[in-house]
Ligand binder design. Structure first.
Ligand code: TPP
Ligand code: SF4
Ligand code: MG
Length: 305
């Protein structure tokens, strides 16, 4: 590297001290437990937005209900804190109405794989253009540690002290079965890696789905930080890995016990996203929000007086 070229590593370290990063700082007090992975997720998101040159005015952040959702007022910007399991309908409605917005949705594993699993399935199929961050802490954190669909068998949780009997669901395997256009997995112990994944997701033109393996220091005692560090490996270290090969991705995603692969597991840049599939909007350059007009309906309402 020549003396005149900026060092990308140094730039990343400086990002948190830039004005662009500071625009996202909220004055609200953070209420997450000490050591919670949500701190790292929020930091990585702010870093990724800053590095991508995305400002508050360019985006909408939609939050589900849960500990993850409690980040909605801890970041400065336009945010929408919706109902449990319903973040994807809200976020997809917003991006369809105003495709010029960068829309980011985030939700917990409970919301994504139980209450809102139907919405996940159709969001992937439709390839709505947005970044979707799944905070997988393997439990219902906000309601004090009940088992979720990703809690491993036999782990004692509040409300199921003998462990759950249902087999855990592997989020990446489920999403890959739906032919996504982008799927990545990352881990809250590595803010640098999360930032990279979020940046890649923000650049993607369709539904960018990112599973974040999230530490929950209070309720998830089965998979603490050390457990992950002993098991995670980076897919980029496998030089032969082809992330356009869905069968390779399915293989890479399967192991959640011994070698947990992190990185962009799958990407299909040729897939046409929802907005570009709509025949009736192909010749239209305005967005639906720009087309909304005001109509006088007083004559209609008078008929019911
Ligand atoms: C339809 C509905 N069901 C249940 C609840 C109660 N509830 C609120 S938060 C929550 C758990 C959230 O777990 P998760 O989505 O994994 O988020 P986390 O708190 O772990 O970040 C539950 C069950 C609710 N608010 N609405
Ligand atoms: S309960 Fe878990 S997920 Fe919720 S704030 Fe505490 S550590 Fe974080
Ligand atoms: Mg959870």
């Amino acid at each position: 590297m020549s003396c005149c070229q900026p060092n990308p590593k140094a730039l990343k370290l400086l990002v948190e001290h830039s004005e662009d990063y500071e625009q996202f700082e909220s004055e609200e007090v953070l209420t997450w437990c000490t050591g919670c992975g949500n701190f790292g997720i929020q930091n990585a998101l702010k870093r990724a937005l800053t590095l991508e040159g995305i400002g508050i005015q360019d985006m909408l952040m939609c939050f589900d209900i849960g500990c993850s959702g409690n980040g909605s007022d801890k970041i400065q910007g336009y945010t929408f804190h919706g109902l449990h399991g319903r973040v994807l309908p809200i976020a997809s409605g917003a991006v369809i109405a105003n495709p010029k917005l960068k829309v980011i949705a985030s939700a917990g594993d409970g919301a994504t794989f139980s209450e809102g699993v139907n919405h996940l399935i159709h969001a992937v199929r439709n390839d709505y253009p947005m970044l979707f961050i799944i905070h997988n802490n393997m439990n219902y954190g906000l309601t004090t540690g009940q088992a979720s669909a990703t809690t491993p068998n036999g782990v004692p949780m509040n409300a199921s002290p003998d462990g759950v009997t249902a087999d855990p669901l592997n989020p990446c395997e489920l999403i890959l079965s739906l032919n996504p256009s982008f799927l990545a997995r990352t881990f809250t112990g590595d803010v640098e890696h999360m930032t990279e994944m979020f940046q890649a997701g923000l650049q993607h033109k369709g539904f960018a789905c990112i599973e974040v393996m999230q530490i929950c220091t209070t309720y998830n005692h089965a998979t603490p930080q050390e457990w992950y560090w002993e098991r995670v490996q980076y897919i980029r270290d496998n030089k032969k890995y082809d992330r356009t090969d869905i069968w390779a991705a399915k293989k890479a995603a399967a192991d959640m016990e011994n070698n947990i692969n992190l990185g962009i597991l799958f990407e299909d840049q040729k897939k046409v996203n929802f907005l570009n599939r709509l025949e009736n909007r192909k010749q239209i350059n305005t967005t639906p929000v720009e087309e909304v007009g005001y109509y006088d309906i007083s004559r209609l309402t008078k008929a019911f007086e």
